[in-house]
Design a protein around this ligand. Structure first.
Ligand SMILES: [Zn+2]
Ligand SMILES: [Zn+2]
Length: 310
């Protein structure tokens, strides 16, 4: 099974279009030790020929252009695509709006929870993906499904599970109190299994906190691609970028006693890879002490084009 990190950045990417923070300006200026990142997405394949996307970011067009394996192939005629399925982990703009890049009457299947499929159905712009061409399959928490698309199986099973998180920003309901209207399944993680080998990995690009259920699920896992949005809970507040902390945004931080470095310490996960890294995160400076700290703790900092073979 081959996993390719299409985009390792969080919403907005790196640099973010309207941001002149230290990191964004450094990467824009081409300073050594800063590498641009597109928005969050993985691609997975068992044979290198048919692929499933885990989230579809607005940068998908560029991500396909950067990945020959995801491009149309003249061997299969005038119109074709190796992308057979898209699995969405929530309704965030950076995770699902990129499916619009896959228009032009190409068949594939969208997998998401009922609530996220409802967003696709309710927003008329997504009708460009006509219902007779693009199939919708509902993900039910805890029930693995065999991915298929364009009439063929992908040899992959995907299980969705609830993770602590937050409703999509544009659906927040202030009248609902601190929950903002968040319900179970608004943010999911994915366990992906290659059926032939039984090998698995987890993809959790958004996670507010590691509760006991999630820790039990991840214990001893071979590979986890995990939410690396922030290093410190309040880094965006301190930098003057916006008034929201990590918990308010639904993202755990890397540092701190309840951060991901500490919480993963005893879980025995063989390979831990940060993805969904926000442009404010100091680990994006390869010379920073924070970068050294996460690497010393056994984490990889994911990058666009990173490939992991399981
Ligand atoms: Zn995101
Ligand atoms: Zn920035």
């Amino acid at each position: 099974m081959l996993v390719r990190v299409l985009g390792s950045g969080a919403g907005g990417g790196f640099p973010q279009w309207n941001c002149t923070c230290h990191n964004c300006q450094s990467v824009r200026d081409g300073k050594p030790g800063f590498t641009a990142r597109t928005q969050s997405s993985l691609a997975v394949s068992t044979d290198g020929a048919s692929w499933a996307l885990l989230n579809a970011s607005p940068d998908l067009r560029q991500q396909i252009a950067d990945a020959p394996a995801l491009q149309a192939n003249p061997k299969y005629g005038l119109r074709n695509s190796p992308i057979k399925a898209v699995v969405m982990t929530n309704g965030d703009v950076d995770h699902m709006s990129g499916v619009i890049n896959l228009r032009e009457a190409q068949p594939f299947t969208i997998y998401a929870t009922r609530r996220v499929l409802g967003i696709v159905k309710d927003n008329s712009i997504f009708r460009i993906l006509a219902a007779d061409t693009v199939r919708h399959e509902e993900l039910t928490l805890g029930q693995p499904v065999a991915l298929s698309g364009a009439g063929a199986g992908l040899g992959l099973d995907v299980e969705a599970f609830d993770v602590p998180g937050k409703i999509a920003l544009y659906l927040e309901d202030a009248s609902a109190g601190p929950s903002l209207g968040t319900t179970t399944g608004d943010t999911i993680g994915l366990k992906v299994t290659e059926r032939a080998s039984g090998k698995t990995f987890f993809y959790i690009p958004g996670c507010a906190t590691l509760d006991d259920a999630l820790k039990a699920r991840l214990k001893g896992a071979s590979h986890v691609f995990f939410d690396g949005t922030l290093f410190d809970d309040d880094e965006m507040v301190r930098a003057g970028l916006m008034p929201k902390t990590g918990p308010r945004m639904g993202h755990i931080s890397m540092s701190g006693p309840k951060g991901s470095i500490a919480e993963f310490h005893d879980l025995g996960v063989k390979r831990k890879i940060y993805v969904h890294i926000n442009n404010s995160n100091p680990v994006l400076d390869e010379a920073s002490k924070q970068r050294r700290a996460v690497e010393a703790a056994g984490w990889d900092v994911g990058y666009d084009g990173m490939e992991v073979r399981l």
